[in-house]
Design a protein around this ligand. Structure first.
Ligand SMILES: O=C(O)[C@H](O)COP(=O)(O)O
Length: 346
């Protein structure tokens, strides 16, 4: 039955000119075809037999691909529901930065860098505690590195958010990943927060120090030399990245992809790493290469910035979900908190 319906759907699409002459190549129940739709040449879409049999669903798959949308458009929170461009420019937006919770190699005091290690139980608890602290602050989009310790931190923190939107990691690594992760309910999409993973936000690559014990390394090379490798701006560890080299990818990504979202009024959380975040904070706070040496970030502590008219105002770390100070920072945060209270009391 599914096969027949599948062929009917494909036939319908074919009759509407959705296919080029390449036709269909059906193996193992997978039909791969080139789509020519609405003048847009679409990448080959992979459809699994029986999943997209209904004609409507096939069109929705194509429309989604045609518009090249991500899985869903982030819905702006009450605090920034303005639409006109001029209002967007005056929008405030909250930016939350959070270094991942304690990792298993933090616990062992090993240099980690780009090695993909998970959180410890303490790191999980730190992430949940961080979520409590930001539970009343609006989050419309989440960016994490490609490393699991940052992704775990973001997802665990959001379990504590009072808005109860569902963070969903976007999969754009292939057309199939994009197609197979489609959401077919507009209402459900509104209850989701897109999570974008970016290697550019990965921890600085620690080169030949990765996996070495930090104390043993200091004993071997000297405390001063290790401090220079760990905290200086332009001195890389052996065959690794300096903070400057890390900034060249992390800050560039922030400026190109994250800052435009803030400018449009989207509230953003970034879950990343000690050094990739140091490089971003150096940009936000306009620190010199001398000042950044003393910048240290603890694991799992959220930091709040308010982005307004192109400037970043550092607001420190909310120490509690009901900390009055957090909501005194801007009217919009106070309004959002009030709407949350009303929504949860109704
Ligand atoms: O990569 C690591 O080892 C940690 O994430 C940060 O290490 P650091 O505090 O030595 O920069």
């Amino acid at each position: 039955m599914a096969a027949t319906a599948f062929h009917q759907a494909i036939g319908t699409l074919q009759s509407h000119g959705y296919f080029s002459n390449s036709g269909l190549n059906q193996e193992n129940g997978i039909a791969s075809f080139r789509l020519i739709s609405k003048g847009l040449k679409l990448d080959t879409a992979m459809l699994r037999r029986g999943t997209y049999c209904s004609r409507k669903r096939s069109f929705s798959v194509i429309e989604a691909s045609a518009s090249q949308t991500t899985v869903f458009e982030p819905v702006s929170s009450p605090s920034n529901d303005s639409t006109s461009d001029s209002k967007k420019k005056s929008n405030e937006a909250a930016l939350i930065l959070i270094r991942h919770g304690e990792s298993m190699w933090n616990e062992k005091n090993l240099f980690t860098g780009c090695v993909d290690v998970p959180l410890t139980r303490k790191g999980v608890e730190e992430a949940i505690e961080a979520g409590k602290r930001i539970s009343n602050i609006p989050v419309d989009m989440i960016y994490t590195s490609a490393l699991i310790r940052a992704q775990m931190t973001a997802m665990l923190a959001m379990t504590e958010h009072r808005r109860k939107k569902v963070p969903i990691i976007l999969h754009n690594e292939s057309e199939q990943a994009r197609t197979w992760s489609q959401i077919f309910s507009e209402e459900t999409k509104k209850q989701c927060i897109p999570v974008i993973t970016a290697w550019q936000l990965n921890e600085r690559m620690y080169g030949e120090l990765q996996g070495l014990n930090k104390q043993e390394t200091a004993d071997r090379y000297g405390k001063e030399q290790v401090h220079v490798w760990r905290r200086s701006y332009d001195t890389p560890p052996p065959n690794g990245e300096s903070l400057e080299m890390c900034a060249e990818r992390a800050v560039a990504y922030f400026k190109e992809y994250i800052e435009p979202q803030l400018l449009s009024g989207k509230n953003v959380m970034i879950a990343a790493h000690g050094n990739s975040l140091r490089s971003i904070i150096m940009y936000l706070d306009k620190l010199t290469s001398q000042e950044v040496i003393s910048l240290e970030l603890s694991t799992g502590i959220p930091m709040l910035y308010i982005f307004k008219e192109g400037s970043f105002i550092r607001r420190g770390s909310p120490v509690a979900p009901n900390e009055a100070g957090v909501y005194a920072y801007t009217k919009r945060l106070a309004q959002y908190r009030q709407k949350l209270d009303e929504m949860l009391q109704s």
